[in-house]
Design a protein around this ligand. Structure first.
Ligand SMILES: Nc1nc2c(ncn2[C@@H]2O[C@H](COP(=O)(O)OP(=O)(O)OP(=O)(O)O)[C@@H](O)[C@H]2O)c(=O)[nH]1
Ligand SMILES: [Mg+2]
Length: 260
């Protein structure tokens, strides 16, 4: 990771414009503050790309976009459904302000947010190599996208201070068997759902709640799933593992809503 960070720093220095690719399902969690600091130190323009927007309800996207727009121009994209890629191309040309030569566009962000897929979306399918397994892109890949745009694809990196299990659990970078604090991660997932989609949490686990805290909800879910230890005590760890697995399998996300 250390050498990959140097590589990303180098791309920030070389590039004329940077794309910070975040996962539209968790835009705040997948913004990389360290990278953003480096970009502003180098005084480079950047665009926040909210990718995977096919997986997010439209209202949530709009809210996230207006939050992000306070930091930098924000574009939402689904590289899977080829949505937003033309808009992104225009935005790159607009912010770059480079005449008479190619525009070098660095593509950076957390692992697995879809950096390589975004490049393919703009450049035409299959130019940058992608994978469902995070950590796929190793070195810098150069992809010519035509109309003066040349992408520099980079490996995904975490900021030092956000290298925690919650993010890794949320993004599916670590599965439940590799997470040490399973209860802690499950509580964060519960908190996120209570904030964003409590109806889904209630209907999925067949519970109803008012103002119980996340730990109470974990217990309610354990009880509902009949995860009991001796003397009828609830097995919170088992409940936590179930929640992490359900989340990572995508069962705790609503089907996408239409994007015009
Ligand atoms: N649903 C959906 N999935 C996407 C989208 N973009 C990328 N993916 C998926 O996300 C996974 C990661 O995509 P990549 O483009 O390899 O991600 P990356 O950020 O380059 O990953 P690393 O190089 O490993 O850091 C793949 O399984 C893609 O198919 C999108 O817009 N929607
Ligand atoms: Mg990649």
């Amino acid at each position: 990771m250390a050498s990959q960070k140097l590589l990303v720093k180098d791309v920030i220095k070389k590039a004329d414009v940077l794309l910070e690719v975040v996962d539209a399902r968790f835009p705040d969690e997948t913004r990389n503050s360290e990278i953003e600091k480096d970009i502003s130190r180098e005084k480079k323009p950047f665009i926040i790309v909210l990718n995977k927007c096919d997986l997010v309800p439209k209202e949530k996207l709009e809210k996230a976009k207006s939050r992000m727009a306070k930091i930098a121009p924000a574009v939402f994209v689904s590289s899977k459904e080829r949505f937003g890629t033309t808009m992104l191309r225009h935005k790159i040309l607009e912010v770059a302000d480079i005449q008479g030569r190619d525009i070098q566009v660095g593509c950076i962000g957390y692992p697995n947010t879809g950096k390589s897929s975004v490049i393919n979306g703009v450049a035409g399918r299959g130019k940058a190599s992608t994978s469902a397994i995070s950590g796929h892109t190793k070195g810098v890949q150069i992809v010519n996208a035509g109309s003066r745009i040349v992408f520099l694809d980079t490996p995904g990196v975490f900021p030092l201070d956000e290298h925690d299990e919650y993010i890794q659990g949320l993004l599916g970078i670590k599965d439940s068997t590799h997470i040490k604090d399973q209860i802690g991660v499950a509580l964060k997932i519960i908190e996120k759902l209570v904030e964003e989609d409590r109806e889904l949490l209630e209907s999925f686990y067949k519970i109803t709640f008012t103002d119980e805290n996340s730990y109470d909800l974990l217990e309610m879910i354990g009880l509902q799933c009949n995860f009991l230890k001796k003397k009828g005590k609830i097995d919170e760890t088992r409940a936590a593992i179930r929640i992490i697995n359900d989340w990572q399998k995508g069962l705790l996300h609503r089907e996408k809503t239409d994007i015009e």
